[in-house]
Unconditional design. Structure first.
Length: 202
């Protein structure tokens, strides 16, 4: 009887050990899942933060570079492009006029002509009236201030456009002769040459 009791106790202990071993994977699996949850939550948080910060980072890396090799700011170059496009003029022609007329100096004044495109103050009111929609569009407050860069560019393009219309009615070259007329008006039309155009387009 003593032998049988010991044997029964031994078998019982062995049974408990085997049962514990069988339950161990389930216990470990439960703990692993619980531990993994915070990691998943942290990953989601990092991804959200990254998504929010990315546009700001990208924006800070944007560097504006000049469009043309001229001594004007990027904003001024873009403005010239916009206005020239509305008049159907190549921006390079406008930049060429600026160089020849004033060396890109908006403070330049010579006799009756003022500003970066040397606008004749005697004709400025007429050109301002004809380009009134652009003057309003760009909120230019004083149409008499010919040293205002935007106003000077608008009036210069308006003048070029009006001379081009006159030149075309005479069967002359729409760019080369328009440049000459921009510089010397009807005197050029009477005695045309391409000297001024050559300087502008050089």
């Amino acid at each position: 009887m003593k032998y049988n009791a010991r044997r029964i106790i031994t078998l019982f202990i062995i049974g408990l050990l085997l049962g514990s071993l069988l339950l161990l994977p389930f216990i470990l699996s439960g703990n692993s899942t619980a531990d993994a949850q915070p990691v998943i939550a942290d990953t989601a948080k990092v991804e959200t933060t990254s998504a929010v910060e990315s546009p700001a980072t990208a924006e800070s890396e944007i560097v504006l570079t000049p469009i043309y090799d001229v001594p004007l700011t990027v904003g001024e170059q873009q403005f010239v492009e916009e206005i020239a496009e509305q008049f159907g003029i190549q921006p390079q022609i406008i930049f060429g006029i600026m160089y020849v007329e004033s060396r890109f100096d908006n403070a330049a004044t010579s006799e009756a002509c003022i500003g970066i495109m040397q606008i004749d103050k005697n004709y400025a009111p007429q050109w301002a009236t004809n380009s009134e929609h652009l003057i309003k569009q760009y909120n230019i407050p004083d149409v008499s201030d010919l040293h205002d860069f935007k106003l000077n560019v608008i009036l210069g393009c308006q003048a070029y456009s009006e001379w081009r219309t006159i030149i075309q009615t005479k069967g002359m070259h729409p760019d080369l002769d328009t440049l000459g007329a921009y510089n010397n008006g009807y005197n050029y039309i009477a005695q045309p040459d391409y000297k001024y155009a050559a300087n502008v387009l050089a």
